[in-house]
Write a protein that binds this ligand. Structure first.
Ligand code: MG
Length: 260
């Protein structure tokens, strides 16, 4: 089912999105060399509860996981890219960290992810991966608006990733979002323009380009959750929740310093 939000619900979605953006921004600042992934999870828990929100992950138990997830944020390091289960690991200089956060506030969910390098040793390969997912996300958002088709967004995202030379996995991608975190439609990170569902004002979508440097194959950790690059190569993931408006698309998960 595809949910179309009312103006009142969209206003709530703005608040949820702002919360997700602000928490991710704060955690990105706190995560440094010596930080344990479990500390990041504890900080996320504290901020979510303080805001009166609910984590979408704690009780998340899809068919593929060894659920429930039991943590408040996904933390993925280096070759880990999706569903990274927080565990007892201390961040080292040069690690590439991805934080993915989804919460519900006042009945509306928002979902966003950021990748960044910890410490200050130069990591050009990681910087290039991260930059590619950011530009792909920007292209997907630029293609979004009333009347655009899902395939337009997928094609815009995939064109950037492909032009940068990265393989694209089509098992996991973006998704509709609203009263729950994962809804129809699926938004593949590659596709054909002009195809698929026609976007309407009030639709919320989580767009999330993610890549692995030299493969499109994932392997699952023994923890049953964390998905890694099959080759051990580095990975990156950038995600925003957007709303289709009457005139275009609005990014809901910007942190405070980037909000109008
Ligand atoms: Mg998502």
């Amino acid at each position: 089912m595809i949910e179309i939000l009312t103006p009142v619900e969209l206003q709530r979605a703005r608040r949820t999105g702002a919360l997700v953006g602000d928490i991710l921004h704060e955690l990105s600042g706190r995560a440094r060399v010596g930080t344990n992934l479990l500390e990041i999870d504890a900080w996320a828990r504290e901020m979510i509860l303080e805001a009166g929100a609910t984590s979408c992950y704690v009780d998340y138990a899809p068919s593929f996981g060894r659920g429930p997830f039991g943590h408040y944020i996904c933390t993925a390091v280096n070759d880990a890219v999706l569903h990274g289960l927080p565990h007892d690991y201390v961040l080292a200089d040069g690690d590439l960290l991805t934080l993915d956060l989804a919460v519900v506030l006042d009945g509306i969910a928002a979902d966003a992810a950021v990748s960044f390098v910890v410490g200050d040793s130069p990591q050009p390969e990681s910087d290039a991966l991260i930059d590619s997912t950011r530009r792909a996300l920007a292209a997907g958002i630029a293609a979004a608006g009333p009347g655009a088709r899902l395939g337009d967004l997928s094609a815009a995202i995939g064109d950037v990733l492909s032009a940068d030379g990265y393989p694209i996995n089509v098992e996991f991608g973006g998704h509709g979002i609203g009263s729950t975190m994962h809804q129809d439609p699926h938004v593949a990170n590659t596709g054909r323009a002009g195809r698929g569902y026609k976007l309407r004002p009030g639709l919320l979508l989580a767009l999330e380009p993610w890549i692995m440097a030299d493969t499109d194959r994932l392997v699952t950790d023994p923890d049953g959750w964390t998905l890694r690059s099959a080759t051990g190569s580095r990975t990156a993931h950038t995600e925003h929740t957007i709303a289709i408006t009457e005139t275009g698309a609005e990014i809901m998960t910007l942190p405070a310093h980037l909000r109008a």
